[in-house]
Design a protein around this ligand. Structure first.
Ligand code: NAI
Ligand code: PHE
Ligand code: K
Length: 351
C-alpha cells in the first residue's frame, strides 16, 4: 500500500498523478527544502506497481537531500518518477513527448518548489522540453543554452571516489587492478574508459548487447548481468540501479572496494555495517555520485565555469577522506559517518 510507503518516510511532500490518456503514473517527492529548493532528476521506467514507483521516488528524494548537503550545494532534495505503461524502449516518441508534456504541468504546478534534471530514462533533450514548458529543469542541452549532460561529471566524481576508496583499502593506484563496472550507461561507460586509461583490468556487464560490444572494443571483459556479484574484483562499481547490496550480498561479495554511480546502493544500513565488518571499503553513494549535482547546480545556480565544476568534483576526494576518517575514529561504517556528515551540514544550512 502506498500509505505504508509514506508513513515510513520523513519527507516534506509527495504528490502523485495518474494520466489516463498516456497511462503514465507520475510521482514528485520533495524530501527537504532546508538548504534551498528541492532538486533531483526525473526517472522514467516501468515498475511492477505504482507502490514501487512511489517508494523509489521517496527513497531517491531522501538521497538527494544527503547528496546536496554533503556537496555543500544550496539545494534541497527531491525526485520525480514516471512509472511508464511499458518499458522505456517500447515507448514511441509521440507517446513520450505527450508524457513529458504532462510532467511539465506537474513542474509548473509546483512552481519552483522542485527543480528536475536528467536521470535514468531521461536526457538533456527531454530537459529542453521540460524547461521550455515549465522553467524548472536543470541539465538542458548546450544548444538550448544549458550545461549539457551531467553524466561526464558524475563519472569523473565516481572515479575520484574509486581512487580515494582504493587508497583507503591500501592500493596505491588502479593499474593492474580488477575493476568491475555494473551498467554501461551514460555514467558507467565513462567510468570504464577512465579506469581503462589508468591501466585497470576492467570487467563489465550490461543488459544491452550494443553497450557490451562497445565496452569490449574499449578493452573490457564482459560477464553476464546475473553473474556480476560472483565476480572477484578489487573495486566493484555499481552503475546501473540501486538496491544491489543487502546483508547477504555484503557477506559474500569478493571485493575490496565498492564505489559507483547508482543511487541507494545499500538496501539498508545493516548492509553497510556488514561491509565495514568485513573490511570492504564502501564509498557512500550520495558522495561518490555527487558530480552530476555539482555540475548542474554549479553551472546553473552558482554560475561556476566548467573548470570550477571540475575542481569541486575533485573535492569529492576530500569529502570522502573526511568520511573515512570519521568512520575510523568513531568506529562507524562509512555509510553512517557519511549520514552524520550530511546531517551536520543540514543542521547548518548553506548561507
Ligand atoms: P543510464 O540509464 O544511462 O544507464 C544505466 C545502464 O544500466 C543501462 O545501460 C542499462 O542497460 C544498465 N542496466 C540496467 N540494469 C542492469 C543490470 N541489472 N545489470 C547490468 N546493467 C544494467 O543511467 P546513468 O545516467 O548512467 O545512471 C546510472 C546510475 O547512476 C543510476 O542509478 C542513476 O540514478 C545514477 N546517477 C546518475 C547520475 C547522472 O549524472 N547521470 C548522477 C548520479 C547518479
Ligand atoms: N539524477 C542525477 C543525480 O541523481 C543528476 C541530478 C542532480 C539531477 C541534481 C537533478 C539535480 O544526482
Ligand atoms: K539518462
Amino acid at each position: 500500500m502506498i500509505e505504508n510507503v509514506l508513513t515510513g518516510w520523513d519527507g516534506a511532500l509527495c504528490s502523485s498523478r495518474y494520466d489516463r490518456e498516456t497511462g503514465a503514473f507520475f510521482t514528485v517527492a520533495v524530501h527537504s527544502r532546508r538548504r534551498g529548493p528541492a532538486a533531483g532528476g526525473t526517472r522514467a521506467m516501468h515498475y511492477a506497481s505504482h507502490e514501487d514507483a512511489v517508494a523509489d521516488a521517496t527513497r531517491l528524494a531522501s538521497a538527494m537531500t544527503l547528496k546536496m548537503a554533503a556537496a555543500d550545494l544550496p539545494m534541497g532534495g527531491g525526485k520525480s518518477v514516471i512509472a511508464l505503461p511499458a518499458p522505456r524502449h517500447e515507448i514511441d516518441d509521440d507517446l513520450w513527448q505527450r508524457i513529458l508534456q504532462v510532467h511539465a504541468e506537474n513542474l509548473s504546478a509546483l512552481n519552483g518548489t522542485y527543480w528536475t534534471g536528467p536521470d535514468v530514462g531521461t536526457t538533456s533533450a527531454d530537459m529542453d522540453l521540460l524547461h521550455g514548458r515549465s522553467g524548472f529543469a536543470f541539465g538542458r542541452s548546450v544548444d538550448a543554452g544549458g550545461p549539457g549532460s551531467s553524466a561526464p561529471s558524475t563519472a569523473q566524481g565516481v572515479y575520484v571516489a574509486m581512487r580515494t576508496a582504493a587508497a583507503e583499502a591500501g592500493m596505491n593506484d588502479l593499474a593492474g587492478r580488477r575493476v568491475l563496472v555494473q551498467g554501461l550507461g551514460a555514467v558507467g561507460m565513462d567510468v570504464l574508459e577512465l579506469a581503462t586509461k589508468d591501466g585497470a583490468d576492467v570487467v563489465a556487464a550490461d543488459l544491452d548487447e550494443d553497450r557490451c560490444r562497445r565496452a569490449r572494443d574499449l578493452g573490457a571483459a564482459i560477464v553476464r548481468p546475473e553473474e556480476v556479484l560472483d565476480v572477484e574484483s578489487d573495486v566493484y562499481a555499481p552503475c546501473a540501479m540501486g538496491g544491489v547490496i543487502d546483508v547477504d550480498v555484503a557477506r559474500r561479495i569478493r571485493t575490496s572496494v565498492v564505489a559507483g554511480a547508482a543511487n541507494n546502493v545499500l538496501v539498508d544500513p545493516a548492509a553497510g555495517e556488514e561491509l565495514a565488518r568485513r573490511g570492504v571499503v564502501y564509498a557512500p553513494d550520495f558522495i561518490a555520485n555527487g558530480g552530476g549535482a555539482i555540475h548542474l547546480v554549479g553551472r546553473e545556480v552558482l554560475g561556476w565555469s566548467p573548470a570550477e565544476v571540475a575542481s569541486h568534483v575533485d573535492g569529492i576526494a576530500a569529502t570522502l577522506s573526511e568520511v573515512f576518517e570519521r568512520a575510523r575514529t568513531a568506529r562507524l561504517s562509512p555509510d553512517r559517518a557519511a549520514h552524520d556528515l550530511a546531517q551536520s551540514r543540514l543542521d547548518r544550512p548553506a548561507a
